[in-house]
Write a protein that binds this ligand. Sequence first.
Ligand SMILES: Cc1cc2nc3c(=O)[nH]c(=O)nc-3n(C[C@H](O)[C@H](O)[C@H](O)COP(=O)(O)OP(=O)(O)OC[C@H]3O[C@@H](n4cnc5c(N)ncnc54)[C@H](O)[C@@H]3O)c2cc1C
Length: 393
Amino acid sequence: VRLQSMQVSAYDLAVIGGGVIGLACAWRLAQDGAAVAVIDPAPGQGASYAAAGMLAPVTEIHSGEEAVLRLGLEAAERYPAFVAELEQSSGSAVGYRACGTLTVALDAGDSAVLDDVADLQRRLGLRVQALTGREGRRLEPLLAPGIRSAALVEGDHQVDGRCLTAALQVAAERAGAVVVRRSAAAVTTRADRVTGVRLDDGTELATGAVVLAAGARCGDLDGVPGEALPPVRPVKGQVLRLRVPPAYRPFLSRTVRGTVRGFPVYLVPREDGELVVGATQEEQGYDETVTAGAVYQLLRDAHALVPALTELPLVESTARLRPGSPDNAPVVGPTALDGLVAATGHHRNGILLADVTARAVAALVRDGVLPPEMAPFAAHRFQTRAMTEGALR
Ligand SMILES: Cc1cc2nc3c(=O)[nH]c(=O)nc-3n(C[C@H](O)[C@H](O)[C@H](O)COP(=O)(O)OP(=O)(O)OC[C@H]3O[C@@H](n4cnc5c(N)ncnc54)[C@H](O)[C@@H]3O)c2cc1C
């Protein structure tokens, strides 16, 4: 996918999908001087629209996902510089808050789980502070009186995902990228190489390479051989937005998370008074309906952590589909189809990983190789596995 080896075409690159990942890629590629088209009928309205915007590699750790942790830590460290550059380039704020994250335990069982996670975090050299319930309530006075213990991760921050996506679109356009508000129906090829994209109205865009960043719908494209399509599945997330009236602020000063009857729940307070309460994680295919059961469960569980929540206006309920890969890690880089680059599979961490992904895609286009931090997430890891499994069968 080197630029210099591309055919002369209307665009050097087409990015299919204008979510946080596609727009971030388009911005970095356009900054490198490429002529870029972003194809999306509704940019910013996919999973990126739902995201709570937590930048939480340490709190999100699950054992066995150490490679994702390392990538997330690197992304989190670079985030302030990324935000500063993006705000400068777009002229708009993205709501970055270095507020920290407090995970709370309601009972002895939760408390034991919290201790285990804190042990793992410390073993990996991560910074986490164990607190008693009382210390937790001193930090967040609206926490339920029964909170048993808590863990504070000062380094896990947040950003407003909608502002971020909008700013990325402005920055990408200012850098020369063109947003085409149509669906991509197919990738066109000649002699096993990408030649362009056919839109849903039949128009064909000639392009030297295609970045596939269509989120949960990456598998939905004609013209691409099956083995080149990134193996992503839709993972439904339902999330609520409440508003904290000025008289009640700050309400919460940092992100609060916990597990209630086995269900994880979080509350993310924005500077502007928005309070995001999320999120379900459901394997329901392409279903994007908001269900009464999910709204009930999210409010019930958030109420168990912060009882005063029921006083707040509920302003929005949203369901969107996260792009999940078989190992729930990103899928980035060259695919089995020459000229097709995958940039997807970010599952629960696409906001956090947007810039680190975009830089990797830009480096790939520039230098022909993925940078080392992205190597564990190369798209061909699944093709290799599929080929090996095929050979063994
Ligand atoms: C409830 C919820 C909470 C989340 N919270 C967080 C969080 O706190 N922190 C975090 O880092 N991440 C979070 N995430 C995950 C994050 O939102 C995703 O990882 C990220 O948005 C993925 O971005 P994307 O650009 O790949 O996909 P999307 O945002 O879904 O964008 C894909 C785009 O592709 C377009 N598209 C699809 N098919 C086509 C086609 N054929 N032609 C043209 N365009 C097409 C769609 O219109 C869409 O705009 C959350 C997700 C959910 C659902």
